[in-house]
Design a protein. Structure first.
Length: 145
């Protein structure tokens, strides 16, 4: 799917928002939701989405909704740092399939990095254990301010 197109309400993140499929929740407020990536590129890889915006990517999201998403990104990034003590943090966001986007509901990745651990490849990692993701989500949630 390229940059243009219709928002599909059956995308996997819309299903997570509606509670139709489970996710390891890190943080939720009235506008946004943060949860663990099921195919993490690193331990603690989290995703942040807007719960109501029918935006597929950076180009079509309302600026106020984007501001809410980015405020939660910062909050989650701070909590990831406090919980997991990474040496660095990558924040990424992909627009359109040629750019690497696979889920067409705008989302931002928060990926902790450690000096001696190589970053997993985007979209090529294995599925994490649900229980391990829950444990990590709880550790990060505990450090949300
Ligand atoms: P994108 O490639 O669109 O930037 O990112 C989509 C992300 O969603 C990927 O990092 C992928 O691992 C993650 N993902 C795909 N399916 C699921 C799922 O069912 N649950 C969760 N929590 N993450 C998913």
């Amino acid at each position: 799917m390229s940059l243009d197109g219709r928002y599909d309400p059956e995308n996997i993140f819309a299903k997570i928002v509606r509670g139709e499929i489970p996710a390891a929740t890190v943080f939720e407020d009235v506008d946004t939701l943060a949860f663990m990536d099921a195919f993490p590129q690193a331990r603690g890889h989290s995703l942040v989405i807007h719960k109501r915006s029918a935006a597929r990517n950076l180009l079509d999201i309302d600026p106020a909704d984007l501001a809410a998403v980015m405020t939660t990104v910062q909050r989650v990034a701070r909590a990831v740092r406090a919980a997991l003590s990474p040496d660095g943090l990558v924040v990424t966001q992909f627009n359109g399939a040629p750019a690497g986007q696979t889920v067409f509901h705008l989302h931002v990745h928060v990926i902790p990095r450690w000096n001696d651990i190589a970053l997993g490849r985007h979209g090529e990692g294995g599925m994490a254990e649900a229980s391990a993701l829950k444990t990590l989500a709880a550790m990060i949630a505990e450090r949300i301010e």
